[in-house]
Write a protein that binds this ligand. Structure first.
Ligand code: AHR
Length: 319
């Protein structure tokens, strides 16, 4: 009996110390901005997941500028936060400021994008998808959809220099290189925004016989795809049938477009990047457990047949 009581007391004490411990943690998060529906959801999930664990979260919005992110990281270092989370707008130029964080013993966690540094001890872990795989899944879906017929693809790339744009492009390109009927005829950045996606798609349509020469759009995110859908409709064509649409993220609006027959496929990217990072941080602070360098999130492609169900699920995901 005494043994049982002691064990219960020990478990309760451990749980209590875990939650009390997390409540002592402050995380500074340098977020890129709010260029897409996915990005806004990531921010909102970062807040709710912090609340669940009793972590204090400070968010700085960089408005798409790396210089603002670097300033934010320096400010978090000066404030002596317990950890810094960064969603990096571009992949280069992070070495010096990450050295500063390391010199101050502040672990850095990368969310949703990778960086280009020689020394990977400058960050603790990167919580992100395999973005090459995302591009590959989109390409394989299209190869299968066109079934051997010739298909001219236009590509709306994400932010220039962002790891995800580089990787998604690579994954798509490599996968279609084995299909001689598929060709990327135009490619340009739509900066991951709906308005720029629409603008760039307008120019593609004008340059390609009012869109008649275009078979499919590969957009590096759903927001640009939605902008492209608007342009296609304005040109008098039917998105989803005259021009196929495949994109990445899985935001509610793309599932709505699928239900309207205007989009064909999306590769889902979870907006919950912060949750696994908080858990890794807590473990690290508790007993020194070092997480794997890459905590990989799942990449899954969805088509219109599951759009209704996916849309319902999104409500619980911070959208
Ligand atoms: O890094 C993830 C990408 O950034 C998302 O796919 C895009 O919507 C976002 O803005």
């Amino acid at each position: 009996m005494l043994k049982k009581l002691t064990l219960t007391a020990m478990v309760s004490a451990a749980l209590l110390s875990h939650s009390v411990f997390a409540q002592d943690l402050t995380v500074g998060f340098s977020q890129i901005g709010s260029e897409s529906g996915w990005r806004a959801a990531e921010t909102s999930v970062a807040k709710s997941e912090a609340e669940k664990r009793g972590i204090t979260l400070k968010i700085s919005d960089a408005q798409q500028k790396q210089e603002n992110q670097i300033k934010a990281v320096r400010s978090f270092i000066a404030q002596g936060v317990d950890a810094i989370f960064i969603a990096q707008v571009v992949q280069t130029g992070w070495g010096p400021v990450l050295e500063e964080a390391k010199d101050n013993d502040i672990p850095v966690f990368l969310l949703d994008r990778g960086i280009d540094v020689q020394d990977d001890s400058l960050y603790m872990t990167a919580v992100m998808a395999d973005n090459v795989l995302e591009g590959e899944l989109a390409a394989k879906w299209l190869i299968n959809k066109v079934g051997g017929k010739p298909c001219n693809v236009v590509e709306l790339q994400g932010t220039v220099g962002a790891s995800v744009a580089i990787d998604r492009k690579k994954g798509f390109q490599d996968a279609i290189s084995s299909a001689s009927n598929l060709k990327i005829i135009r490619t340009q950045s739509g900066e991951f925004t709906r308005s720029k996606g629409k603008e760039v798609m307008e120019s593609f349509i004008k340059a390609e016989d009012n869109g008649k020469n275009i078979c499919a759009v590969f957009a590096h995110n759903d927001d640009m795809a939605i902008g492209a859908i608007q342009s296609i409709k304005e040109a008098g064509l039917k998105p989803g049938s005259d021009i196929y649409i495949v994109s990445i993220d899985g935001v509610p609006d793309i599932f709505k477009a699928m239900m309207a027959g205007e989009s064909n496929a999306t590769v889902e990217l979870t907006p919950n990047m912060a949750g696994p990072a908080y858990d890794a941080l807590i473990k690290y602070k508790e007993d020194g457990t070092v997480p794997p360098k890459h905590i990989k999130t799942e990449s899954k492609l969805f088509e219109p047949d599951s759009a209704k169900e996916q849309l319902a699920l999104k409500k619980d995901m911070g959208y």
